[in-house]
Design a protein around this ligand. Structure first.
Ligand code: ZN
Length: 236
């Protein structure tokens, strides 16, 4: 199917990063369960919630400090480097696709990026390397040096609006695909999980590589129930 495809678009979720040591939110015993992300409205409304959110965020960062891209990331990077794929859609926030060598402008991050922060008012980018020591010294949540606004990890939290530009880019990529390759997503988080359906309706072949069954297996042309790294390694 890969050989027959002319435009391959990858779609990834947490499963592609587990081989790198990044815990999957839904796995039993995941440290995410004791460090659950704070919902967006609470973060905006409450200073105490912001403090707790930053404490949990840095605790989670320590869990996957030093995680690097694996065979699955490298395989998808190869497809893009070889010109067989115009870009990649990811639900992940771990920056490992960039670390595998894919240029930023070829990656659509539907749920943002956890390796930096932004001001919710003016959008100014803030680096964690500056925020963390200041937070740990003062216990105060960061505020924006430009406008005084609330600074938040650049991820999309529960209850936060989806990023419109990223949604449009993802839709555009999906409509170009003649092979849509889902890797490591259980396809339960919407609206992200609509893209494989859109691709299929648009005539693309749909391949789902995931350790667990998904609700979209019934519309897939091929389901590979295997570890992502092992399944994609021949491509890398
Ligand atoms: Zn600001």
């Amino acid at each position: 199917m890969l050989d027959c495809a002319s435009v391959i678009v990858g779609f990834t979720g947490a499963g592609i990063s587990t081989e790198s040591g990044v815990p999957d939110f839904r796995s039993p015993g995941s440290p995410w369960m004791v460090n659950k992300p704070i919902p967006f409205d609470a973060f905006v409304r409450s200073r105490a919630a912001r403090i707790e959110a930053w404490r949990r965020k840095f605790t989670m960062d320590d869990h996957f400090a030093g995680a690097g891209p694996n065979r699955g990331h490298r395989a998808l990077a190869r497809l893009i480097a070889d010109g067989r794929s115009p870009g990649l859609i990811t639900q992940n926030i771990d920056n490992l696709h960039q670390a595998s060598g894919i240029p930023d402008d070829r990656i659509v991050e539907l749920h943002g990026n956890g390796t930096y922060a932004t001001c919710l008012t003016c959008g100014w980018r803030h680096e964690l390397a500056a925020i963390r020591p200041a937070f740990e010294a003062s216990g105060e949540p960061p505020s924006c040096i430009m406008c005084g606004g609330v600074v938040k990890s650049a991820t999309i939290s529960f209850g936060q609006a989806m990023p419109q530009a990223q949604m449009l880019r993802a839709h555009d990529l999906t409509m170009r695909a003649d092979l849509f390759l889902v890797a490591g997503s259980s396809l339960v988080v919407f609206p992200a999980a609509t893209f494989p359906v859109i691709a299929k309706r648009n005539g693309a072949k749909l391949v789902i590589i995931n350790r667990e069954p998904t609700e979209q297996d019934v519309i897939a042309d091929l389901v590979v129930r295997a570890e992502i790294g092992a399944a994609l390694a021949p491509l890398a």
